[in-house]
Design a protein around this ligand. Structure first.
Ligand code: NI
Length: 203
């Protein structure tokens, strides 16, 4: 997995830089539209909603299955050469920062690339970041619906020079409450300590 990520990174460094810049623009743009500041802040639009997906063990799950626990939700994809692994690494660091309190929160990766991200692939990927991380995939429609409810933007980026495609996507980490309600969101690059503090304030 990491060898592949490294290969892709090497091969596509220019593409990644380009996409990274566009992603940052999207993040800012999206934050403006959502009326949110870029870290840890409340917005005046609804974020999150019901979903029916499949977890990385192949089990059918809905948002109801996560009730009673906080959720740290991230939308990304396993082929992502740079942004997703970086941000999921930060999520893992935030959990470590929490110590025993980490049991109060479930980190969740919802793929925005269901075409390639099968439950089997997610099962290989999520444990690379954290033992408690849950990977979720589903039909293209189900993914589109949940992404829309979180105001997540994503699209396929084809490059004729490569045999694979990349996904352009917004990169926020969402902290959701025990009843599935939106609590706060963190922009790409938010310090793990800041996420941990926001989580701890809800415990
Ligand atoms: Ni990504």
């Amino acid at each position: 997995m990491w060898r592949r990520i490294r290969l892709i990174l090497t091969a596509a460094i220019a593409v990644v830089a380009l996409i990274g810049g566009y992603g940052l623009w999207q993040v800012r743009n999206n934050a403006d539209r959502a009326g949110a500041t870029t870290s840890g802040l409340v917005t005046n639009v609804s974020i999150g909603g019901p979903f029916a997906l499949t977890d990385h063990t192949g089990r059918a799950v809905t948002d109801e299955d996560f009730r009673g626990r906080l959720m740290l939700v991230y939308f990304g994809y396993t082929f992502c050469p740079d942004v997703c692994p970086t941000e999921l690494g930060e999520v893992a660091l935030a959990l470590d920062e929490l110590g025993d309190d980490r049991d109060a929160v479930t980190p969740v990766l919802i793929t925005i690339d269901p075409e390639r991200d099968t439950a089997e692939l997610l099962a290989e990927y999520v444990p690379l970041f954290h033992e408690s991380m849950v990977g979720l995939t589903g039909s293209a429609d189900a993914i589109q619906q949940v992404a829309q409810s979180y105001r997540v933007f994503y699209r396929k980026v084809e490059d004729p020079e490569y045999t694979y495609y990349l996904m352009d996507h917004t990169s926020f980490v969402y902290l959701m409450g025990r009843d599935g309600e939106f609590l706060s969101m963190f922009a790409y690059g938010t310090a793990p300590e800041e996420m941990a503090e926001a989580i701890r304030s809800q415990i």
